[in-house]
Design a binder for this molecule. Structure first.
Ligand code: ARG
Length: 584
């Protein structure tokens, strides 16, 4: 199942072979090949090697050049600077590699060396609560990471650890018992109605809870009934969950994201494990009793007055909270689902929680060298003013409103450019462009950093936006349509123009880029690659006539570059969860 090796990897191997032939004492040294502006590639590895072997780097480099010899792969190798190798590959080699690449469904993306099973915890809204902009990042980043991991052969299992447990449900359920017609089950409501029902019940029950001490007490007892599995209480709780799911699904659909019901496994799912989790931690001495609660201490985690901050496994009143559910989830994911990696896509503000949870699990032996846990803590979405994104009234922004606005803005852009599109088509494109814009803006920044939510910038046709990439794709499709019966075909004998070489060498890097981005959980590296691909394509398009090229062979070869660029854009964008419409 080995996929097509990149030209970069082939050249690297060639230089490595020459290196060990010329300098046997060097052992297996890495030439450290990278793309360069001066030539196609530059190898920097000889400098460090010369230091190690105690020779003159330029002299060593000269020996390596002699050992490389000539053949169809390399056009020119020369020593430059203090001892770099500047390497220019033959045009045939570029076209030849791309031709092999084009015949490969995977476009040269290699499978990971040792794939395992990753449980990815992402897109985790809370029951009976509106989704806000903070839930956007987890969903978008998680979905992209999952696509990328899947594509490199990793087995992934999703877990949407929704907030569906806890004391607020005592209040909600008690209110429903006392006002039974408030959340009547209705089969055919949509997401918006579901959420407005939930909001209404939430507000009403909150009002009673805050003003009526006796209700408060009944609500508290209701929590106990819920946690001990009382049937009537559970049935009512289930109604909140079901109503919320209608709402979640509608938002995820708007986000153009597939969520599977069996992967919605919230905090409540671990309820039956929590007591056992606590017992295991107490018996092994990982957790200790302190003021009645069961807690875990850490030497390096201290609060303000230098007092240690513990992780609370069980509260003094016997209740279990967020930590107990996460610790139980780890046991389930490691021992039942047989995970090799636990990946969490959760706001960076929860990173202390995860540090403590992971360390506790390590002490308990649930996590070890064979099973790793990692929190992809992501940064905050900021408003134009650089402060956490809020409405003008200072409220958190509803995710749906934000998505609707993005689609509306995209519709303006699409309509302006649309030539032969019907109104239906405009609406369909607007959704693909608008949602793509939101996702791309998120994914093109390194996840750990904050970013500004700026719709004007996001749907701009110029600059590092998904619309720019989508237009590049659509433009290529239009050229391919115009080409009619002339099919793309690689012609290895043709000399390439500089813009063709630059585009070709970048296309060559797709497989290595995806592999790296997946291994490092870095979707922004794939986004940056795709943006550069579209930019290089634009230059190529400006400098190299495609359908009006000089010879029929050249037309076919340029169509071939167009086609491979389109396929690469399409695949790369799909990995990010973004559509590439055929026409725009
Ligand atoms: N529902 C939580 C929130 O909205 C996020 C859950 C994250 N996942 C986890 N395993 N703790 O903040």
């Amino acid at each position: 199942m080995a996929s097509v090796t990149s030209l970069a990897a082939t050249v690297n191997q060639r230089v490595a072979d020459a290196l060990s032939a010329a300098l046997p004492e060097a052992g297996a040294a890495d030439p450290l090949l990278r793309r360069s502006d001066r030539a196609d590639f530059q190898a920097n590895g000889l400098l460090a090697l010369a230091k190690k072997l105690g020779g003159n780097p330029r002299e060593l480099a000269g020996k390596v050049v002699d050992a490389i010899g000539a053949d169809g792969l390399l056009k020119d190798v020369e020593v430059s600077g203090p001892g770099f190798l500047n390497i220019t590959v033959a045009d045939t080699a570029i076209t030849g590699t791309l031709a092999a690449r084009a015949a490969d469904d995977r476009l040269g993306v290699p499978y990971a060396d040792a794939p395992g099973t990753t449980i990815i915890d992402y897109a985790q809204p809370n029951v009976a609560k509106e989704m806000h902009v903070g839930h956007l990042r987890s969903a978008v980043i998680g979905d992209a990471l999952r696509n990328m991991l899947d594509f490199t052969g990793e087995k992934t299992i999703g877990r949407h650890h929704i907030g569906d447990w806890g004391t607020q449900f005592g209040m909600l359920i008690q209110y429903l018992i006392e006002n039974p017609d408030q959340l009547a089950p209705a089969a055919d409501i949509d997401g918006e109605q579901a959420m407005s029902n939930l909001n209404r019940v939430y507000k009403a029950s909150r009002a009673v809870f805050d003003s009526d001490e006796e209700f408060k007490e009944r609500a508290r007892k209701r929590v106990v009934a819920l946690q001990s599995g009382d049937r009537q209480t559970l049935d009512l709780w289930q109604r909140f969950v079901d109503e919320s799911k209608i709402y979640f699904y509608s938002v995820f659909e708007k986000l153009d994201m597939e969520i599977r019901d069996e992967e919605i496994v919230g905090e409540s799912a671990y309820n039956d494990m929590m007591a056992e989790t606590a017992r295991m931690l107490e018996e092994s001495g990982v957790a200790v009793r302190s003021e009645g609660a069961l807690v875990v201490f850490f030497d390096d985690i201290k609060g303000k007055d230098d007092k240690p901050v513990p992780l609370i496994v069980q509260k003094a009143d016997g209740g279990f909270g967020y930590a107990a559910s996460d610790l139980s989830a780890i046991r389930n994911r490691v021992f039942d689902l047989r995970a090799t990696t636990l990946l969490y896509v959760v706001d960076v503000r929860q990173s202390l929680h995860f540090r403590m949870v992971f360390e506790t699990a390590r002490r308990a032996g649930w996590l070890n060298d064979e099973v790793k846990a990692h929190n992809m803590g992501y940064g905050t979405v900021l408003g134009a003013d650089g402060k956490p994104f809020k409405t003008r009234a200072g409220e958190t922004v509803r995710l749906e409103d934000l998505l609707d606005e993005a689609v509306q803005r995209a519709a303006e852009v699409v309509r302006e450019k649309a030539q032969d599109l019907t109104e239906d088509e405009i609406q369909e494109r607007a959704a693909q462009v608008g949602i793509g814009a939101v996702k791309y803006a998120d994914l093109s920044t390194s996840p750990s950093r904050d970013y500004k939510f700026d719709l004007d910038q996001m749907v701009s046709l110029n600059g590092d936006t998904s619309v720019y990439l989508q237009y590049a794709y659509a433009r290529i499709q239009s050229i391919l349509r115009k080409a009619g019966a002339t099919a793309p075909a690689a012609h290895l004998e043709l000399e390439l123009a500089p813009a063709e070489r630059a585009l070709g060498l970048h296309l060559d890097a797709f497989g290595d880029t995806v592999a790296e981005a997946a291994a490092e959980y870095a979707p922004h590296k794939l986004a940056a690659y795709l943006y550069q691909l579209a930019s290089l394509y634009t230059t190529f398009y400006d400098q190299c006539p495609v359908l009006k090229a000089d010879t029929p062979q050249q037309v076919e070869n340029r169509l071939f570059l167009c086609d491979l660029t389109a396929r690469t854009l399409h695949r790369g964008m799909a990995l990010l969860g973004i559509r590439t419409p055929e026409r725009l």
